[in-house]
Every structure is written in C-alpha cells, then in structure tokens.
Design a protein around this ligand. Sequence first.
Ligand SMILES: [Ca+2]
Length: 418
Amino acid sequence: MKKLVSLIVLLLLLTDAGAAFAAPKINTFERPARGSAYTLSQWGLDGWNAPWDKGMSTRTWIDGYNFNHSGGQSLRVFYPQGKIDPEFSGAQAPFALTPAKEYYLSYWVRFSSDYSWGTTEFAGKLGIGLAGGDYCSGGIPCTGYNGFTSRMIWRSGGEAAIYYYHMDDGGQYGSYRSLRDSNNNLIYYPKGTWVNIVQRLKVNTVTNGNANPDGEIQIWYNGVSAANITGLRFVRNADQVDTAYFSSFFGGATASFAPTNDSYVWYDDLKVSTNRADICELSTGGLLHAHVPGGRLYVDERRHEGDDAGYRRRTGRRRHRQPGLDRVRQRANSEDRHLSRGVSRRDAEQQRQDLARYQFGRDRAGRDRRAEHRQLRKLPDRLARRPDNGRHLPVRPLCGHGRLRSQLVEDHAAVLIV
Ligand SMILES: [Ca+2]
C-alpha cells in the first residue's frame, strides 16, 4: 500500500512540478499524414524548426502501418544499401532550441530486424543529439569558440556509444564512450524492438574566458544510467545548448562503412526539455516498482474529483462525463480497502466492466480511450509473462502507452496495476 500511495504522490509531484518550466518540445509523429515524407516544412508544422536539412524529403516516411511506440504512427528513416554520408544516407537537421545551460533529450528507436551495422567497418550516427554554437563535428577540433556536439553512434555489432566533440578530444575527431549496463557490460542495440535513449548535456561554466572543467554528458538506456561523463570543457564563450541535432547516417568516411542491405530505423516520442520531470522515462530512475498481485489494470480517478476547471485549464477541453464514470470513481475511492483485503474475482470483473463502459463511450473521447485501452491492455499481458509471476514488476506508468501521459495521467493522475 505504501508503494501505491507513494506512486500517486510521485505522479502528482511530477505533474505539478512541470508547471514552473517552459513546455517541453515533443514529437509523436501523429499529426502528419501517414505514408508521406516528413519534410522540413512538416517538421516546422509540429514546432521543430531548422535552417537546413539533408534527406528529410527523400529518406523519411511517416509510418502508420508497421511500427510505432505511441499512438498509431512513427518516423521511419531510410539508410540505403551501399551508401554512407548524410548526403545519401539517413537524415540530418539542426532543430533550434531556446538556449539553456542544460537539456534533457529523449527518444525511442527501433532498428529494422535485418539492420546492417556496416560492411567491413562499422560505425554510424543514430537519431538525435544535443549541440550548441557552431556545433563542431566532422573532424573539426573544438576550440571553445565553435560550439560542441554530442550524438549517439553504433559501432561493431551494434555496440552503443555516445560520440561527442569537446575541447579536450586530443585530436581531430571527437571522443566516444561506450554505454554499459549496471553490471558494466557493453550495451548493444537490439534489432526489431523499441529502446529508449535519454541524454543530458550540461555546458561548462566559463570564468574570464576560461572554460571550467565542469561540463557533463549523461546517457540513460531504457531508463538506466549507462554513461556519465564529467569534467568536460565545451566552450570558452557564451554558447549554450541551442540545438536538438537530428544527425543519423552511415559512416565513417569510406564505403566500407555502408550497410550491406537496405536498412531502416524507426523513431518515436522525441522529447527535449530543460526539466528532468518532463522525461517520464527517467521517473524514479526509469522504473517504478509496483506490486501487481493479479495483473489487472486499474485507473485511479481520484485526482480530478471536482476539478473540472483545472482540467479545462490544462487541456483546453471540456471534460466528458459519462455514465459509469462515477461508479468507477467510487470504486477507486475504496481501492485501498480492496487492495488490503484482496480483490475478489467478482469485484475485479465489475471494475473491469465499469472501466470498459467509461472508456468505450461513443463520442470522440471514447474513441481515443479505446485506442488507449488497446495499448493499456498489452501492459498486464506483457507483465504477466515475466518469470516473477506478476509481482513487484517494473512498470512505466507515465510512458510509452499511447497518450498515457497527455490523456490518462492528466485525466486520472495515475494508472495502477492491481
Ligand atoms: Ca507515435
């Protein structure tokens, strides 16, 4: 019970803490028409603006057919067989951010199941990174006056690493640090499944034109810290993090780095924020451990009792009230007692029916809830297959299940598994 209470308190804290910060920049790729290229102007319509791009109009595709991490769509990027360099492989665009000393960046990524890491040499840039100033990269040493970059790469066999340009690279090219799991083993990107990458970059301070060695880069892989680099010097001037740098292509400088077959990477749920609380993938270290006796899904409604005005303020929408909702609320209010004495099969079934009635209303909100419900239903199924038989399972109640955060969390404060 303590865990449930602390989960709810945590969610309230996370939701409210965000109000003091600027809104995070998010892209779920749900707006654009599926089956179309996601051109730079389309990015702009979603609030992501860049002065130039490579490959966005020719090698990107809004996938509403195959894979997505949220909603019904994702961004697929194409890496043609035999090609290297951003001119011919993948996509690039430096998206403008409001300059800040420190940023968090999160995205979900899925490699095609026959992804080729290269021919005889193996390296490529993956997804989106953080950068500032004139984002020094591509074999240009960082002087402290020409900015910095920090991007994810793959190496041989899909070894995951962060590749960053800073003042102390010690050569023409940047530095890299391989990601390692909690047992200090190298992390390799899997094929054919979604993984989450979070990067935090903090620019060093500057005193009288001298760079102090207090810059930092940290990477989380599926919510767990996988690299933490400190003592970095990026700049001697006033440059800050001002770019979310989409930069993904094969290479390396020679064709030996090219893929041996057409390869694809899907991206979804890009998020950039100065506020860690906006990155739900990092909630309590990435995983919330909830006690899950029966593997049943339960939506807690308590937070919004009598708070319609607050709902309208947050969402700009009038809240839909539907038959059955009040009963769901009542049951939610007595949830503690249910849990402490165990939920009978009959009670649980009644809860399920009430919840379904609420979620399956015939209006547009009902359709949205049905989509969420389909996502949510996968959660207990997946958890139940784990060897610990559904108890003390790591769950991500704020992330990765349709509009959980934007819709369910705002509507209901918490999604619990009971
Ligand atoms: Ca999506």
